[in-house]
Each structure stands twice: as structure tokens, then as C-alpha cells.
Design a protein around this ligand. Structure first.
Ligand SMILES: Nc1nc2c(ncn2[C@@H]2O[C@H](COP(=O)(O)OP(=O)(O)OP(=O)(O)O)[C@@H](O)[C@H]2O)c(=O)[nH]1
Length: 369
């Protein structure tokens, strides 16, 4: 059990002339903890703020809590093959992972033993700026203990930080039968809701996702987490709806090509199969671009310049459907699924995608490449 935090934006870096002397002790403690440094003034301190190294660590209660947080972060943000996560070392301190994409955010991987509820823990420093807390529960293990800690954390957040989205990943469901995993989900949702309504919180922002690193479910879940942090999401969905209806497309996604998280789609229902095929398509295109692509540093597309240098690809699937991919900028790609007759009007599709790209640039203030 425990958690990954996503913060919607880069935290401000300290000014160069700022030294550790004129910073809040809690900030210093947290930074030392993340960077594994000792306090220069007091190398053997008795900590005033919680350092995250709890007395009840693994050797303490003898029960390792390895719900798979580091694996999730490595697979989603570092393209680690799932089988290699078997060799990941245990997380001993908070790992900060800055993700630079269409929007910059940070993922913090917390050691499973960290106890947010310890009064010595500097909660404000952790939760003060974050957008979402991801709580990972190992579905293959006993989870009642993890649920108690989750519920206590949700109550704490509801009291002090009610705008933080709480995303519960019921993880490692790959080894469970369909029936069993839905039973577990029902049980966890029920227990959490009961606890919250007993405490008087009926509409807490808590969502549940069944996940595994061995299929696309983890990317799908992360997509939903990130989407909630994008204020422009309704506008993006509206633009994708217009694109689909004016170009004869069945479905359209905007993907972040590094993480394969989709940041928006039109409002027709998402089916896992179409999502998976788009995600695999990105892998193919990224691999080919890595071999044959070239850098275009600082290239700005002028208003009357055509965009032929941007990656574009069309694939015909065995079932007769067409996948159309268009690079939007160095982070984002648009992938559309359509019937064969729609691609006959490719000129129209290219034109509409260009208009869509311009609209996106206005929404995000993006350059095209
Ligand atoms: N079957 C299965 N195993 C998984 C999955 N995700 C992670 N694991 C395994 O779970 C084990 C623990 O993974 P970690 O990512 O180190 O766990 P953690 O919760 O981050 O643990 P700490 O790093 O100590 O905080 C590894 O052997 C992973 O291969 C999953 O979706 N399915």
C-alpha cells in the first residue's frame, strides 16, 4: 500500500542565491530526506519534523508492503518492461520524478512505510500543492489494513485539502479471475463509502481503478488521473467531437507519446481494444522515428507554411478500419480511428486536423513542434 502523488506543475526551484539558512525547517527536512542529505549544522539530529523513515518499517512489523508503486512509475514514465520490475529495489525515500510533457508535473513515489497520519509528519509540505493522491492497494494481498490507512488518509485530506483527487488503484489484478477482481473492487468501494458517509462526507472525490502493469489498464487509469488535472479538458473534448463529426471519424485520441497516457478523447465511449491498438501504434511510430527521425530544434511553423515535416501515418487494419496518426508537437499525437470510406477524403481530414492543431495551440499556447 501507499501512494504516488501527482502535482500539476513543477514546484518552483529555489533561487540560486537562496541558501538552506533562510528556508523553513520543514522544507529543509523534506529536501534532505528526498536527497538523502544530512543537516550540515547537526549531522545526528533528533528530527523535529518527520523524516519519513518510520520506526514501523519492514523489519519492524516483518511484513513488507510492496504494492507495486515503483513498478507503476517505472513502467508508465520510464518505459520499463513489466517483467523487469521484479528486480526493482525497495523505495527507501521519497522519489521525485519530474515529467516534462505538454504540461509539467511531478510524480512522487512514497515508501510504503510512510505514515501521513503521524503528528510529526509535515503534512502541509506534502499535500499543500498536489493535485492527486494515488493510493495503491495490492489486490493479491490482505488489504483490510491498507484500507484502514487509506480511509484515515481520505478523512485527513477531506478535512484539510478537500480539492485533492484521491485515486485508488486496486493493483496487480492480472492474476485474478474476472469475477474475483470485481468482487474485490465492490468490497473496497463499499467499505470506503461506508467509512466516509459515517464521517459525514458523502461526495468525497474518490475514484477506483483496477490496474496491472502487465496490460494497458495502468495507462488507462493514469490517463484518467491526469485528465482530471487538465483544466482545459472540456474544451479539448469539444474540439475532438467537432473533428470526429466533420471528418467521419469513429474515435479520436490525443496521446502523450512518451508515457502513452491519453489526455483527451471525444465523448463516444472508450473501448479498451481501440485504446490498446492506438497505444501500440504509438510504440511503432516512436521506434521508427528514433531510427529515422531528426531534430528540429526551435522550428516555428509560420502561418502560411505547410506542415509536411510533421509525422503522419495511416495504417489499414485487418478489420477494414483505418488508423490515422498526426504529430501535434514533440509531446502530443492525434490518433483517429475511422472507416475505410472516410480516408478517401484524406484532403478534408488533413485540413480538419490542421484546424484542430491550430485550435489546440490556442488552448495550450503551444508551438507546433
Ligand atoms: N503480478 C503483478 N506484479 C506486480 C505488478 N506491479 C508490480 N508488481 C510486482 O510487485 C513487486 C513490488 O513492486 P515495487 O514496485 O517494488 O513495490 P513498491 O510498492 O513500490 O515497494 P517499495 O518500493 O518498497 O515502496 C515487484 O516484484 C513487481 O514486479 C502487477 O501489476 N502485477
Amino acid at each position: 500500500m501507499a501512494s504516488l502523488l501527482t502535482t500539476p506543475a513543477q514546484r518552483e526551484q529555489p533561487e540560486e542565491h537562496e541558501t538552506w539558512r533562510n528556508r523553513a525547517p520543514a522544507v529543509l527536512t523534506l529536501e534532505r530526506y528526498m536527497q538523502d542529505q544530512t543537516d550540515p549544522e547537526n549531522p545526528n539530529p533528533s528530527p523535529k519534523f518527520h523524516t519519513g523513515r518510520l520506526p514501523n518499517n519492514r523489519s519492524g512489523d516483518g511484513k513488507p508492503r510492496l504494492s507495486g508503486k515503483s513498478s507503476i512509475s517505472s513502467v508508465v514514465f520510464h518505459k520499463m518492461p513489466p517483467a523487469e520490475t521484479l528486480f526493482l529495489e525497495s523505495t527507501a525515500r521519497i522519489q521525485k520524478d519530474a515529467v516534462h510533457s505538454f504540461m509539467d508535473f511531478q510524480v512522487w513515489d512514497f515508501p510504503g512505510q510512510l505514515d501521513f497520519l503521524d503528528p510529526a509528519f509535515d503534512v502541509d509540505n506534502i499535500f499543500g500543492e498536489i493535485g492527486a493522491l494515488i493510493w495503491v492497494i495490492d489486490a493479491q494481498d490482505e488489504y483490510l489494513d491498507a484500507l484502514v490507512r487509506l480511509n484515515n488518509t481520505i478523512l485527513l485530506l477531506q478535512q484539510h485539502y478537500p480539492s485533492i483527487n484521491i485515486e485508488v488503484f486496486i493493483h496487480k489484478v492480472d492474476a485474478l479471475s474476472e469475477d474475483y477482481k470485481f468482487d474485490i473492487q465492490r468490497d473496497i468501494v463499499q467499505r470506503t463509502q461506508d467509512e466516509l458517509s459515517d464521517a459525514g462526507y458523502e461526495n468525497a472525490p474518490v475514484s477506483f481503478h483496477l490496474t496491472s502493469i502487465y496490460d494497458h489498464s495502468i495507462f488507462e487509469a493514469f490517463s484518467k488521473v491526469i485528465q482530471k488535472l487538465i483544466p482545459q479538458l472540456p474544451t479539448l473534448e469539444g474540439l475532438l467531437n467537432i473533428l470526429c463529426s466533420n471528418s467521419g471519424m469513429e474515435k479520436a485520441y490525443i496521446f502523450d507519446c512518451i508515457s502513452k497516457i491519453y489526455i483527451a478523447t471525444d465523448s463516444s465511449p472508450v473501448d479498451m481494444q481501440s485504446y490498446e491498438i492506438c497505444s501500440d501504434y504509438i510504440d511503432v511510430i516512436v521506434d521508427v522515428s528514433e531510427i529515422y527521425g531528426w531534430d528540429r530544434p526551435g522550428r516555428v511553423v509560420e502561418e502560411d507554411e505547410c506542415n509536411d515535416q510533421e509525422a503522419e501515418s495511416v495504417i489499414r487494419l485487418q478489420n477494414g478500419m483505418i488508423l490515422y496518426l498526426k504529430e501535434i508537437n514533440k509531446y502530443l499525437v492525434l490518433i483517429c480511428i475511422m472507416k475505410e470510406e472516410s480516408i478517401k477524403k484524406k484532403g478534408l481530414i488533413d485540413y480538419n486536423c490542421g484546424v484542430f492543431q491550430d485550435a489546440l495551440a490556442q488552448v495550450f499556447g503551444l508551438q507546433r513542434s
